[in-house]
Design a protein around this ligand. Structure first.
Ligand code: HEC
Length: 129
């Protein structure tokens, strides 16, 4: 891959263009295999309880988020990536939901996060049983 410019020098408009492009990509059409993400080992039953209690209201029951509101789909992302994002939220290295005071992840142990991801990864369309 040739890197032509750094992320620091792209404009807001270019960021919008890139976002619009990603939004337009139909993964299922390009490659249905991408609808299958690795399932994460963990207690999916506990994960479901946590998810339905604390996450569903925004990321939706099916884990697909609300694109118009800028709420990302969790069900189609690699659990390893999501795990890292949640740790960053916990370590205040990334802000969740534009709210620096957000407490969504404060009480979660690593085992809870694993459980959540076990459930969330089971929601990927290609993983539905
Ligand atoms: C009040 C709404 C709201 C709730 C409740 C909520 N989220 Fe989010 N979440 C957001 C928004 C908005 C974003 C996108 C902005 C950002 O990066 O924080 C987001 C982003 C994320 C991301 C980053 C995804 C990525 O693509 O990098 C993860 C992971 C996540 N949320 C997990 C969770 C989990 C797990 C729960 C429940 C324990 C939860 N969220 C509850 C609104 C919410």
């Amino acid at each position: 891959m040739v890197i032509t410019s750094s992320l620091h020098s792209i404009s807001e408009e270019e960021i919008d263009d890139i976002a619009a492009y990603y939004e337009s990509v139909n993964l299922e059409k390009i490659n249905p295999v991408l609808n299958r993400i690795p399932e994460w080992p963990g207690d999916a039953t506990r994960g479901r309880e946590l998810y339905e209690g604390d996450c569903k209201s925004c990321h939706r029951k099916n884990g697909m988020g609300k694109s118009r509101k800028g709420i990302p789909a969790l069900a189609l992302q690699y659990p390893r990536y999501l795990f890292r994002q949640i740790k960053m939220f916990q370590w205040d290295k990334r802000i969740h939901d534009d709210d620096p005071e957000d407490e969504t992840f404060d009480e979660l142990t690593d085992r809870d996060i694993e459980a959540l991801l076990a459930y969330v990864s089971s929601l990927a369309p290609g993983n539905k049983k």
